[in-house]
Design a protein around this ligand. Structure first.
Ligand SMILES: [Zn+2]
Length: 295
């Protein structure tokens, strides 16, 4: 009899112990998500006709819907605050009347932190939606780096970076990891190479300069699922922190820009088209690049 009671007590304790681990995790009192959005990596977008031409009005709606999908995923995981940065062209692409009502939206230029304006150390995760590969990439849809007309390449501390790398380094400055990226297979691979094993959602496959794309609604479904997966494994991601001071190299498409920027104090001209500037951190580097982009 006594032996049975001891056994019973043991099993009861075991069940109590196991149930503690099975209980749902308490939702965090703060989970802030920052979403930076471009258009070239949105599902269905394959040419300039969709990013700024005659089909732009249709495709900015798909851009808005992909952002909404990421926002829904964030709120489904208990996000307490979401900020969205509209970061293509005019900075005013997202159809605000169709955007999730619970978020704040950064619009227009110029901005010191460019595609990451508004981020700070209070955020917990970054999503990069609709992103594209860097200029010169093979099998990439509408590849460019910050400015298709002016810039050929950007390096940080000697490494060539896509916009996702530059923006990841800004987030890293504030101690915030990138958790999710969406776009074609090439930018997803470039981002993972720099930022680690983050969640990647491939909404189209770049083939040379064309793309094999999935349906916009399918892309939205995958992005929502990717956002949920990303926030569930938030502890896996590390902020992308660069060693300071940070050297920025810009290779322009036109020698005139390099010779003009090279005249500024503190700037070195390295060759006909390349200048270098060293800033104390990513904020200083981003401000320098912003002035060049928007002048
Ligand atoms: Zn871009």
């Amino acid at each position: 009899m006594k032996k049975r009671s001891v056994l019973l007590a043991f099993f009861l304790l075991l069940i109590l112990f196991l149930s503690l681990f099975a209980l749902p995790q308490p939702s965090p009192d703060k989970l802030k998500v920052y979403i930076s959005v471009d258009i070239e990596g949105i599902g269905g977008v394959v040419s300039r006709m969709q990013t700024s031409g005659e089909e732009y009005q249709r495709f900015r709606r798909f851009m808005t819907q992909e952002v909404n999908a990421a926002i829904e995923g964030a709120f489904a995981c208990g996000a307490t605050e979401v900020m969205v940065s509209d970061s293509h062209g005019s900075g005013q692409n997202i159809l605000i009347e169709e955007l999730n009502k619970e978020v704040k939206l950064i619009r227009d230029w110029p901005r010191p932190l460019i595609m990451m304006e508004g981020i700070d150390e209070t955020f917990d995760a970054v999503f990069l939606i609709g992103y594209h590969a860097k200029e010169g990439s093979r099998d990439a849809t509408l590849a460019h780096t910050m400015s298709g007309s002016r810039i050929f390449d950007i390096k940080l501390n000697g490494n060539s970076v896509p916009e996702a790398g530059f923006n990841g380094a800004i987030a890293g400055h504030f101690g915030v990891p990138v958790a999710l990226i969406s776009g074609d297979q090439t930018i997803v691979a470039q981002a993972k190479e720099m930022l680690g094993d983050i969640e990647g959602v491939v909404v189209k496959e770049g083939i040379g300069t064309i793309a094999k794309t999935i349906h916009p609604e399918k892309a939205q479904k995958l992005i929502k699922e990717g956002a949920i997966r990303a926030l569930k494994r938030l502890n896996d991601f590390q902020p992308f922190k660069l060693q300071t001071p940070i050297t920025l190299e810009i290779t322009f498409k036109d020698e005139v820009y390099a010779s003009l920027v090279g005249m500024l104090p503190g700037v070195k001209q390295l060759d006909g088209r390349t200048i270098s500037f060293t800033g104390k951190d990513m904020v200083e580097v981003s401000k320098f690049l912003s002035a060049i982009l928007f002048l």
